[in-house]
Design a binder for this molecule. Structure first.
Ligand code: 13P
Length: 247
């Protein structure tokens, strides 16, 4: 990880009601003095209460998406400023489920990342190829296209984290080989350095897609992997803590 402080972030997606806040409390209790950054992005309805229950701990709470605008006539949407107002410290943008389910383009993801910065949030920006693109050998080309189109100018290690999540690895139990994960991360790192210089060296690049306690010990030590974005295994504190321990 070359001096970069690891980040392990949980994305609860559309899972969780108030009773699941007990998992966040168990997570807070189990973290102790972990030497990595840890975050949970619950559904928006739980952000305020999750923040209230994690106050004073190192566990950060965040949103899963935001609108590009700060306010206005956008029924059902959430502004980055609202996530910050609820006590959130970060926001995920460009998740492949948003890109696929809501047709989000690279340009829109870029605008959302800028909205996150405007609100003072750390932005976790997701990229990754589909199964068809993977089979066609287009992984690195997709990474290049999404980085160029989605990442705004002005990225720094303090405001941006990239999450590389191959779409075919999400929720499937499949993962790329360790060599392929390292190669993709090294490629992302090279692109970040080319664009942002020294800052690019320190911007964290997380791996996401079927990260579990059973494989975290192999994936997280890879040289250009700076942590994980975890879906299913973040819903249970015990599983998530095991992944944090591997980081
Ligand atoms: P899973 O860990 O459930 O595969 O989900 C990964 C993901 O999409 C995190 O954003």
């Amino acid at each position: 990880m070359s001096g970069r402080r690891p980040l392990v972030a949980g994305n609860w997606k559309m899972n969780g009601t108030r009773e699941n806040l007990a998992e966040i409390e168990a997570l807070k209790a189990g973290l102790g003095d972990s030497s990595c950054d840890v975050a949970i992005c619950p559904p928006a309805t739980l952000i305020t209460e999750a923040v209230a229950r994690t106050g004073g701990s190192q566990l950060m709470i965040g949103g899963q998406d935001c609108h590009a605008e700060a306010n206005g006539a956008h029924t059902g949407d959430l502004a980055a400023e609202m996530i910050a107002d609820a006590g959130g410290a970060l926001v995920i943008v460009g998740h492949s489920e948003r890109r696929a389910d809501h047709g989000e383009s690279d340009a829109l993801v870029r605008a959302k990342a800028e909205a996150g910065w405007r609100a003072g949030l750390l932005v976790i920006l997701c990229i990754g190829e589909t199964e068809a693109e993977y089979r066609a050998g287009e992984t690195l080309a997709v990474i290049d296209r999404q980085l160029a189109g989605s990442v705004p100018n002005g990225a720094t290690p303090g405001n941006l984290v990239i999450a590389y999540e191959p779409v075919w690895a999400i929720g499937t139990g499949l993962t790329p080989s360790n060599d392929d994960i390292q190669a993709s991360h090294a490629h992302i790192r090279q692109r970040l350095v080319a664009r942002f210089g020294q800052g690019g060296v320190a911007i964290r690049v997380l791996y996401g897609g079927s990260v579990k306690p059973a494989n975290a010990g192999e994936i997280l030590p890879l040289p250009d992997v700076d942590g994980a974005l975890v879906g299913g295994a973040s819903l249970k504190a015990a599983d998530f803590l095991a992944i944090v321990a591997a980081a």
